[in-house]
Design a protein. Structure first.
Length: 227
């Protein structure tokens, strides 16, 4: 029987990304820059007008592309991205990590979920961007950024980080998480619940917060366990 040291067991039980890796840093910076530019453009009136031209063109295209199957899928995603579904998922994963005593993953999950959710309301109130007309689903509050896109990206990426061990196999799951976040974002545009830039900014914000949270928690844990 192999005699594992506490440090070895800790490394094996800890699936967070190596936040200091060049890839993680590049992805995180890219998301923050992309999302930040969208937030900046919509905060400046003349730039917001230019962005709105693009959003209007996409909205007009979506209105002409109505398919029953696509609408059904989008409505399912509308439910999956609602608080009634995302809140229990957040709580269930936190409880699972707590019971398994996976402390780094637990604190990462709590920080990522709390931060991503807390940012949505103030951002919407700050921009007060009206929703697109003729939404196919019930909506409330302001449009920018998309709460569904933020939650979809944050949960999908964070689930991969806490449930899939770090290594080559994680890449496939990361691609699936990105695909889900992208599909969730586009579904909000298809349902005319959000403008295109709402969901792009929301998805970038959600994913960026998750990666930043992993970096912070990983750094703290490394310092705490340093000999």
């Amino acid at each position: 029987m192999t005699d594992e040291t506490p440090k070895v067991r800790r490394l094996q039980e800890r699936p967070l990304i190596l936040a200091s890796s060049p890839t993680a840093i590049r992805v995180s910076l890219g998301l923050w820059v992309f999302g930040g530019l969208l937030f900046l453009f919509l905060a400046v009136p003349f730039l917001a007008d230019i962005v709105q031209v693009l959003d209007d063109a996409v909205w007009e295209l979506v209105v002409r592309l109505e398919f029953d199957v696509a609408a059904a899928i989008a409505e399912i995603l509308d439910l999956l991205g609602s608080t009634a579904v995302t809140a229990p998922i957040m709580i269930a994963v936190a409880v699972y990590l707590l019971v398994r005593r996976r402390w780094e993953a637990f604190w990462f999950w709590v920080l990522a979920m709390a931060t991503s959710q807390v940012l949505i309301g103030p951002m919407k109130a700050l921009y007060e961007r009206p929703r697109p007309p003729d939404s196919l689903v019930s909506t409330s509050n302001w449009s920018f950024p998309s709460g569904h896109a933020v939650a979809g990206a944050a949960i999908a990426v964070a689930l991969v980080i806490v449930l899939v061990p770090a290594g080559p196999k994680r890449r496939a799951y990361e691609i699936l998480a990105a695909a889900f976040a992208f599909t969730m974002a586009l579904s909000r545009v298809y349902l005319r619940a959000h403008w295109l830039t709402d969901v792009l900014a929301g998805a970038a914000l959600g994913a960026a917060v998750v990666i930043a949270s992993a970096a912070v928690v990983h750094w703290i844990d490394e310092r705490r366990h340093a000999d």
